[in-house]
Design a protein around this ligand. Structure first.
Ligand SMILES: [Zn+2]
Length: 226
């Protein structure tokens, strides 16, 4: 990561360069937040006492996997004669590549870009950011989920799309902002046990972001024509 919300917002920013094809923009925005779902594997390994090594920023951050996904979606799209499935797959690949670039450029860690064949790249090898900063960046996940939801809310209002989702979305903007405040206090006062509730709520929030991206796909898709 950087924060999932930043990734999602980066996806929306390329909208003006994106051809208006059905489900293409949906694929891009989903692709920008999808790679950090590997944190779920880390969480499962942590809870079950397994090794967490090599689970984050590897298989979901790999060019090889991305090419495979693009091909897979395009083959399925052709087979079932649904162009939008192919569009989604190509968009997904572009979004995931954007995610990897953002990870490399603005985060103090590396990515195994050629997993499973290695290819560890880290522009920040010599950087050692202070702990208070990294703690803040962690809780800022909630802040940026909130800002992404807020962007979605404003865009839906502007285009008059997905109005039925807006009351629910509004609640989640407040929830994310509240979580940001609470966890920013907790990360500095708790001596131990912070990661479990934080990690659980982060994963739930990521799931909620997925939900809104698909539920409000009409809004996500509309931005290419604006
Ligand atoms: Zn990532």
């Amino acid at each position: 990561m950087p924060q999932a919300g930043i990734h999602a917002l980066s996806g929306t920013m390329v909208s003006r360069f994106v051809p208006k094809k059905e489900w293409f923009m949906l694929g891009i925005v989903f692709g920008t937040i999808f790679p950090d779902t590997d944190n779920l594997a880390v969480a499962v390994a942590t809870v079950t006492g397994g090794a967490t090594e090599g689970l984050h920023r590897t298989f979901t951050h790999s060019i090889i996997v991305i090419v495979g996904l693009i091909l897979l979606f395009n083959i399925i799209g052709k087979a079932v004669k649904k162009q939008k499935i192919s569009n989604f797959g190509t968009g997904l690949g572009i979004g995931m590549i954007m995610h990897i670039l953002f990870d490399l450029i603005i985060w103090f860690n590396g990515v195994e870009v050629l997993w499973p064949f290695g290819g560890w790249v880290n522009f920040w090898e010599s950087a050692s950011p202070s702990k208070w900063w990294m703690d803040l960046m962690m809780t800022a996940e909630f802040l940026f989920f909130g800002l992404f939801f807020f962007w979605l809310y404003q865009t839906a209002k502007k285009h008059n799309t997905n109005s039925d989702s807006l009351p629910n979305l509004k609640i989640h903007i407040y929830v994310q902002m509240t979580l940001f405040v609470i966890f920013t206090v907790l990360v500095y006062v708790m001596k131990s046990g912070f990661m479990t509730p934080y990690g659980a709520l982060y994963l739930v929030s990521l799931g909620i972001a997925y939900y809104f991206v698909f539920k409000m796909k009409e809004t996500v898709e509309r931005i290419t024509s604006s």
